[in-house]
Each structure stands twice: as C-alpha cells, then as structure tokens.
Write a protein that binds this ligand. Sequence first.
Ligand code: COA
Length: 170
Amino acid sequence: MSDQEKSLYMTILMTPDMANFSGKVHGGALLKLLDQVAFACAARYCKSYVVTLSLDQVIFKNPINVGELVSFRANVNYVGSSSLEVGVKVFAEDLRTKKKRHTNSCYFTMVAMGEDGKSIKAPPLELETEFERKLYEAALMRKKMREEIARRNKEITAGIEDYNKDVTEA
Ligand SMILES: CC(C)(COP(=O)(O)OP(=O)(O)OC[C@H]1O[C@@H](n2cnc3c(N)ncnc32)[C@H](O)[C@@H]1OP(=O)(O)O)[C@@H](O)C(=O)NCCC(=O)NCCS
C-alpha cells in the first residue's frame, strides 16, 4: 500500500462575513476556500510549494446559506510531470436538520514549484484501486478537452484584431 497522501478534507462553518447582498454565501468566498483546499491537498501530496494554474467547472447550482457547515473533499486525480489535477467535491450541511447536499464539484490544475520559482517534477501518482483508476481516466479526458478547447478557441479568434485588444482601449 502506497503512503501517498492523495486526499484532504476540510470543514468550515459559513459565517455572516462570507455573505453576499442577498444573505447567501458569496461565490468569491467559496472560490477562495476551494483554492485553499486545492493548494493544501496538492502541496501535501507534492511536499513542495504549488501554484494554481487553472480552475474549471465551477457551477453554483444551489446557494449555500450562512450558518451551514461546508465540507470539502479534495483528491489528486491525475499527475503529469509538474502539473496535477485536484478535484474538489463540496457538501453543505444544514445543522438543524443534519441534511447534507452536494453543492458542487470542480477541478484545479496545480503546478509543483521549486525554491527558484520554476516548476519541478511532482511525485508520479500510484493508482491503487479501481476508483482511483476511474478518477485518473476522467481527469485525463478533461485534460484533453482543455487542450482541445484552447486549440479551437485560438483557431476561431485567429486574425480577429478586436479579440487581442487591450481591454482599456475604447
Ligand atoms: C504555473 C506556471 C508556473 C507555469 O509556468 P510555465 O513556464 O508554463 O511552466 P512549465 O512550462 O514548466 O509548465 C508547467 C506545467 O504547466 C502546464 N501548463 C503550462 N501552461 C499551460 C496551459 N496554458 N494550459 C495547460 N497546461 C499548462 C505544462 O503543461 C506543465 O505541465 P506538465 O509538467 O505536467 O507537463 C506559471 O504559468 C505561473 O506562475 N502562473 C501563475 C500562477 C499563479 O500565480 N496562480 C495564482 C493566480 S493569480
């Protein structure tokens, strides 16, 4: 059995300072927590500093209420050379009813960094169970989809002058 630390759990009470104008939890407050969880999971796995390269599939399908207990489960799904995908699954619990609901899942790409500020090799992922193999397969599919989206986007926007204009230009 491998001693790799692939998963990390964090539970946080949603406090009033995290609210938006309608009194629900602010999307930005949740994004910050998601990034912290992904950072901690990836840094512990790599035993090095890591940075966030990208985040995808953040969908706020249901609001989270102030006073609810939110649990994050992060997992290293895939490791390339220096990059790794960390999936984060979020559950919210109403403390009065104890009812839990899955509020969202998203995927971070993190990069392992050396002391000199350059990317370094991340430890190769040891896949031990069928579940881990499925997570890996799904992460690999997402990596290919990201590359495909970037390629097609470049193709569509190539030659469109306005697309590359400075956003502050009129
Ligand atoms: C992440 C970062 C260090 C990568 O720098 P880089 O010069 O591209 O580094 P490398 O060429 O060594 O690539 C590192 C990994 O990132 C991947 N990568 C880099 N750019 C990518 C892109 N646009 N899309 C997908 N993957 C990319 C590479 O494929 C490589 O993965 P691998 O080693 O598993 O094959 C750099 O982009 C950075 O510092 N970004 C800012 C991070 C940050 O500040 N995050 C907080 C948000 S404000």
